[in-house]
Design a binder for this molecule. Structure first.
Ligand SMILES: Cc1cc2nc3c(=O)[nH]c(=O)nc-3n(C[C@H](O)[C@H](O)[C@H](O)COP(=O)(O)OP(=O)(O)OC[C@H]3O[C@@H](n4cnc5c(N)ncnc54)[C@H](O)[C@@H]3O)c2cc1C
Length: 405
């Protein structure tokens, strides 16, 4: 039995070393000069490798329940055992996120690479697969170096996210050439572009905020966490966490906006009375200086500009209506979202090969026998927190086991 794996990322590596354990011949085609570039870049070089709590609710796609079998077959306990077997120890954070104990993505990369080679996987690096042909029995893989035939084949080419690390649509095109349906990809876990020049005026300022996503004017989801104003709009963990739904809605041509609560520890009414108290105490100060006691200076100026209020006005002149307007803006400052920051800056992409045409128990195509898919090339994308890598490991594991049978 001869197996080809196209794509040497997390899913492809896991599938390769799983299949190779069964003593079948495994060739792994990777277009980059080395495997696992995204593994190395993940978690800011620390690699948030998994999460202790994994359910289909942590995933998006047309059929998130598709992940259930793989998550059960390769659950966190089995994953921990596997990591231990290749000498990789884990550090479990109190919120469930999991990192290598070394705190270095490099150790994950090295352990997988070493194990794949030890089990006899043949790495074919610098070999972008251009075309695959289906024959009555098996497949012919075509690269610039020539052609080679295989009995079974896995497409684990990832998504178009982060093209500088190997992200591409090539797997989607290969899938389409076999008659598979592809759900249009969209960038996810990505910053958002906002209308107007006010965000740019606050560029570089990071706050702990609550961000609410509004689709067609309806509040959809609120997330509290870091928010970073940038020259194009906003980024930061709270923004990444709502970016998947925002990006999908934008892709469908829907109106998307966000509401930012800059001081989430205060309810709006509590904020009005708090502002009233402070203004009473420092009535002699200009409005901007009073607000600078609560918020960063750049934010104060942009906020007053958005309200058309004079930053130099003394606080003593503020009326109840002014206080309510300021409090309302601090608690729910609305911005229209015009775009995402694009694939180059996205950690992941939604969309991909439709899971309706793939058997969740084996990752085999239901259209072309012997053809398999794993990882982000599928119409599955996870939340931030180790979910994407875990799905890549788990789906790669299931595919590797099924292919070697
Ligand atoms: C900056 C960044 C940080 C991230 N941090 C985290 C994190 O901390 N935790 C987490 O869970 N997820 C994280 N992710 C997401 C995670 O890395 C991916 O979801 C995961 O790597 C997907 O694995 P994959 O094997 O499906 O695809 P990939 O890792 O993208 O692998 C696909 C491989 O296929 C190769 N390829 C593509 N086309 C061809 C072709 N035609 N021929 C040959 N080779 C081809 C590519 O070069 C690539 O090496 C992060 C992503 C990025 C970009």
């Amino acid at each position: 039995m001869k197996i080809a794996i196209v794509g040497g990322g997390a899913a492809g590596l896991m599938a390769a070393l799983t299949a190779a354990e069964k003593k079948v011949r495994v060739d792994l085609y990777e277009q980059n000069t080395d495997v696992g570039k995204k593994i190395l870049a993940s978690g800011n070089g620390r690699c948030n490798i998994s999460n202790t709590s994994l359910t289909s609710e942590d995933y998006f796609g047309h059929h998130p329940s598709f992940v259930n079998h793989a998550l059960k077959r390769f659950d966190f306990k089995t994953f921990t055992h596997f990591c231990g077997s290749i000498g990789l120890l884990l550090d479990i954070k109190p919120d469930g996120r999991v990192y290598p104990l070394s705190n270095e993505a490099k150790s994950v990369h090295e352990a997988l690479r070493r194990e794949a080679l030890r089990r006899g996987v043949r790495f074919l690096l610098n070999r972008p697969v251009r075309h695959i042909e289906k024959r009555t029995a098996g497949f012919i893989v075509e690269t610039e170096e020539g052609t080679e035939s295989y009995d079974r084949l896995l497409i684990a080419t990832g998504s178009p996210a982060a093209p500088q690390l190997g992200g591409s649509r090539s797997g989607l095109r290969l899938a389409e050439s076999f008659g598979h349906t592809v759900v249009d990809p969209y960038p996810t876990l990505v910053g958002l572009h906002l209308q107007g020049d006010l965000p740019a005026r606050m560029s570089g300022i990071k706050v702990d905020a609550e961000v609410t996503l509004h689709i067609e004017g309806r509040g959809n989801r609120s997330v509290r966490g870091d928010l970073l104003f940038t020259r194009y709009g906003v980024s930061g963990f709270a923004v990444l966490d709502i970016s998947t739904e925002a990006s999908r809605a934008l892709g469908h041509g829907r109106k998307v906006s966000i509401g930012i609560h800059l001081l989430p520890e205060f309810e709006r009414q509590a904020l009005v009375s708090q502002l009233g108290k402070v203004a009473g105490r420092v009535g002699h100060l200009p409005l901007s200086q009073m607000l600078h006691g609560l918020l960063p200076k750049k934010i104060v100026h942009a906020l007053l500009l958005s309200l058309g209020m004079d930053a130099g006005n003394p606080c003593s002149r503020l009326g109840a209506k002014d206080l309510r307007r300021i409090a309302a803006q601090i608690a729910d400052w609305r911005f229209d979202v015009t775009d995402t920051h694009g694939y180059k800056h996205a950690e992941t992409a939604g969309g991909g090969v439709s899971t309706e045409e793939v058997d969740a128990k084996s990752m085999e195509s239901t259209i072309v026998p012997g053809l398999y898919f794993a990882g982000e090339v599928l119409d599955i994308v996870g939340r931030r927190g180790g979910y994407n890598l875990h799905f890549a490991w788990a789906s790669g594991r299931v595919a590797g086991e099924a292919m070697a049978k």
